[in-house]
Design a protein around this ligand. Structure first.
Ligand code: SF4
Ligand code: SF4
Length: 320
């Protein structure tokens, strides 16, 4: 396993970051023991970096996996979480919730989750200021933003308070907003020059690039200004296949990655009220309200992030 410093943050991470979204209720809904075992297997292979978020509901998996390690090894696992908090009170709650749920006195990394643009960042000023204060008080080691937007990544690259940028980046440029690969690359280059740590998300575009998974993964790891790549997996075969490819090996027959062709399932009748919350939540533009007033899904635009699932108060959406 290769390791890199996350910019000037003083945090050193494995180049493969375990993206935990896939474990939880927004995706595979693995039983607690199964998800924790997958994380433990990754730790045993040298992975020391886990990406999560309050919205993913995967803290219990991480806590269970950490509990299986000797305390000194558990302390070396770097956990990055994210919050949609807008106000200082919401951010304080998010940090406290993460500290308690993960059984950590100090958080490694806390990011503002999916910052869309200037206006969105400004609307979360209270939360951002609170994160800065908590870092000064030693409750968080590093702070920053996650974003799908190349323009926002470029802006964050010039903000002195930002330590870490976590951004959408994949071979097919799926899901990159306000620009494409050249703009996102330029933002990463600027971020590195300014001492930021950069780790990318959605190397497989949430599953849309599974048919070319090896190429897409190796491409993501070959990008010079990307310190680490968050990759989700839903079973042991995927994990060992990804790790094998990174080590220059071919997977064994027993660990052949499957082409996962997932579909959104709408349980619309009679529950979809056409409230539009899922549409509003989907930054990729993969959802809209159809002529019948109910939500419609456009598969080719979907990143399989699962955010819409959490947004629906009537639990109409799921993946199969
Ligand atoms: S429809 Fe949108 S919010 Fe839902 S999983 Fe796809 S990209 Fe994510
Ligand atoms: S959030 Fe749920 S109820 Fe509202 S439009 Fe979307 S699927 Fe329908």
């Amino acid at each position: 396993m290769q390791y890199r410093d996350l910019g000037a943050s003083g945090i050193r991470v494995s180049r493969l970051c375990f993206g935990s979204l896939t474990l939880g209720p927004l995706c595979a809904s693995l039983p607690l023991a199964e998800g924790a075992a997958l994380l433990s297997a990754a730790f045993a292979q040298g992975v020391n970096f886990v990406d999560t978020a309050e919205q993913y509901q995967t803290y219990p998996y991480i806590r269970a996996a950490l509990a299986g390690l000797p305390p000194e090894d558990a302390a070396r696992i770097i956990i990055a979480s994210k919050t949609f908090a807008e106000t200082d009170i919401q951010a304080a709650w998010a940090v406290e919730d993460a500290r308690l749920a993960l059984n950590r006195n100090r958080l490694d990394i806390m990011l503002l989750h999916e910052v869309r643009d200037d206006a969105d960042f400004a609307s979360r000023r209270g939360a951002w200021q609170l994160l800065q204060q908590m870092k000064q008080n030693g409750l968080i080691r590093a702070i920053g933003i996650s974003t799908h937007s190349a323009a926002m990544a470029a802006q964050a690259a010039e903000l002195p308070e930002v330590d870490i940028i976590h951004a959408m980046f994949n071979q097919a440029a799926i899901g990159i907003l306000d620009g494409g690969l050249p703009e996102m690359r330029a933002a990463f280059c600027l971020a590195k020059a300014n001492g930021k740590g950069v780790y990318s998300m959605k190397a497989l575009a949430g599953g849309a690039l599974m048919h070319q998974a090896k190429d897409a993964l190796l491409w993501a790891f070959s990008q010079p200004d990307v310190d680490a790549v968050a990759v989700g997996c839903r079973d042991y075969a995927e994990l060992v296949t990804n790790l094998g490819w990174l080590a220059g090996e071919e997977p064994t027959e027993a660990a052949v990655i499957k082409h996962i062709d997932r579909n959104m399932v709408f349980d619309k009748e009679p529950r979809c009220h056409g409230c539009g919350r899922c549409v509003e939540r989907c930054a990729a533009g993969a959802l809209r309200l159809g002529p019948d007033g109910q939500a419609e899904w456009e598969k080719s635009r979907c990143l399989y992030c699962g955010y819409c699932i959490a947004a629906c108060p009537w639990f109409c959406l799921s993946f199969c």
